[in-house]
Ligand binder design. Structure first.
Ligand SMILES: Nc1ncnc2c1ncn2[C@@H]1O[C@H](COP(=O)(O)O)[C@@H](O)[C@H]1OP(=O)(O)O
Ligand SMILES: [Mg+2]
Ligand SMILES: [Mg+2]
Ligand SMILES: [Mg+2]
Length: 399
């Protein structure tokens, strides 16, 4: 008889019976748990169970977001007026929005062939299926193929226009509280993208309604801190933030390989804090933010940038607070917060609605929040919540 041995490591459990396992190995991989059975000819079995949750999903997500960022950078450089057209909500939708969504959908499905595939994503192919969308569709297909060719693999696939439409429409999933769902904003901060400013490619993964990983590619975000009063000699731009549940948040240069663990700032005095908010006053009430900041005693002026790049910047301590108060009638979507929220929480921060409730990503594509979304570190959250409550009460009584 062999001896039973248990090894405990940080994230794996191995149970071994016997010592020679050269002859047979079978692996079953299910939901991030790797179960291996190993057996030698004398039939002493070995069972190895190790937990590497979402490792391959993270690798695929980083690859997909990095390539999509390359596509977006190319388009932003050459942004032509004809790339911008309108859809019913009047927000500009660019060739890069569709291209990024098609590319990410295609790469995730290619890299993770054994998993059921579901994406909740912002864009759909409706306009591209019309006669008037045909030139745009051809342009998107060329861009996606050029980007795939730049991946460096000899055996890249060439997508047809139909493949591109199918890849975009994979994003029609409704999400919810059961199973695995990718959540994608192919370009978050379209206004910033069109202006030549900040934008992000934001990709998260939900498992049973909870965000378990997130990747944020921010092609125009400086690698150095963008907090107020910061001066740096390097002006290199392009950051990739990524986080996996329980594993912390990391940042690397887009296209680079050296990763650094990041943490939210540990300021506990609001007077020393600075805060982020939307560049666009139409997306978030600047008046409400300034009233909250005043109540807290924040001295620094707001740092206004577009997109979930705010979550990335906060996760590495560039600023201490992010305030978001959309105007009446606007409903937040999960793709605008899934990746950003895990990037911040794994870096030690807290993301809640204005009443202090955690965000609930399990209800489909909408994120129903009380009044707005607030983000900060653990130490500042109690005083921030008090200031938010006071400012909201004052606003309500003045109406
Ligand atoms: N009226 C609106 N109010 C709040 N957010 C909006 C509004 N319209 C679009 N957005 C979304 O808000 C996010 C950008 O906000 P900000 O840059 O201010 O943080 C984007 O996700 C943008 O969508 P999109 O992904 O289409 O750009
Ligand atoms: Mg949009
Ligand atoms: Mg968005
Ligand atoms: Mg978008």
């Amino acid at each position: 008889m062999g001896t039973a041995t248990f090894w405990w490591r940080a994230r794996s459990i191995s149970v071994g019976v016997g010592s020679d396992w050269r002859l047979y190995e079978a692996r079953i991989q299910k939901r991030g748990i790797v179960v291996s059975t190993r057996r030698r000819s004398s039939s002493l079995p070995t069972l190895i169970v190790s937990s590497m949750p979402y490792e391959k999903e993270l690798a695929a997500a980083k690859k997909a977001a990095t390539l999509a960022a390359r596509l977006c950078q190319k388009v932003q450089k050459a942004l032509l007026q004809s790339d911008v057209h309108s859809k019913s909500d009047k927000s500009p939708v660019t060739v890069a929005d569709y291209g990024s969504q098609a590319l990410i959908s295609f790469i995730l499905e290619r890299e993770l062939p054994s998993e059921p595939f579901s994406i909740v994503a912002e864009e759909d192919s409706g306009d591209l299926r019309k006669e008037s969308g045909q030139d745009t569709l051809k342009r998107i297909t060329e861009l996606v193929n050029d980007t795939l060719a730049s991946e460096g693999s000899n055996s890249f696939s060439i997508l047809t226009t139909d493949d591109v439409l199918t890849a975009i429409d994979n994003g029609k999933s409704e999400g919810g509280s059961v199973g695995l769902h990718w959540v994608l904003d192919p370009i978050d901060g379209t206004k910033g993208f069109v202006r030549g400013d900040q934008y992000a490619i934001a990709l998260g993964l939900l498992h049973e309604g909870k965000v378990v990983l997130g990747v944020l590619a921010c092609p125009n975000l400086p690698l150095a801190s963008i907090g107020s009063n910061q001066q740096h000699s390097s002006n290199e731009v392009g950051c990739l933030f990524f986080a996996k549940v329980g594993d912390g948040t990391y940042m690397q240069a887009l296209g680079g390989s050296t990763q650094t663990r990041v943490h939210v700032c540990d300021i506990d005095n609001p007077e020393e804090a600075s805060f982020f908010e939307s560049f666009e006053a139409a997306h978030s009430s600047h008046d409400l933010s300034s009233s909250i900041a005043e109540k807290l005693g924040v001295k620094a002026p707001p740092v206004r940038i577009d997109s979930q790049a705010k979550y990335g910047a906060l996760s590495r301590g560039d600023g201490a607070i992010y305030l978001r108060f959309p105007h009446k009638g606007y409903r937040e979507k999960i793709w605008d917060h899934a990746a950003g929220s895990i990037v911040v929480t794994e870096a030690g921060g807290i993301v809640t609605d204005a009443a202090g409730n955690p965000l609930d990503f399990s209800k489909g594509k909408f994120l129903d929040v009380v009044s707005g979304i607030i983000v900060t570190n653990q130490k500042l959250m109690p005083s921030l919540l008090r200031a938010v409550k006071e400012a909201l009460n004052e606003k309500a009584s003045s109406l």
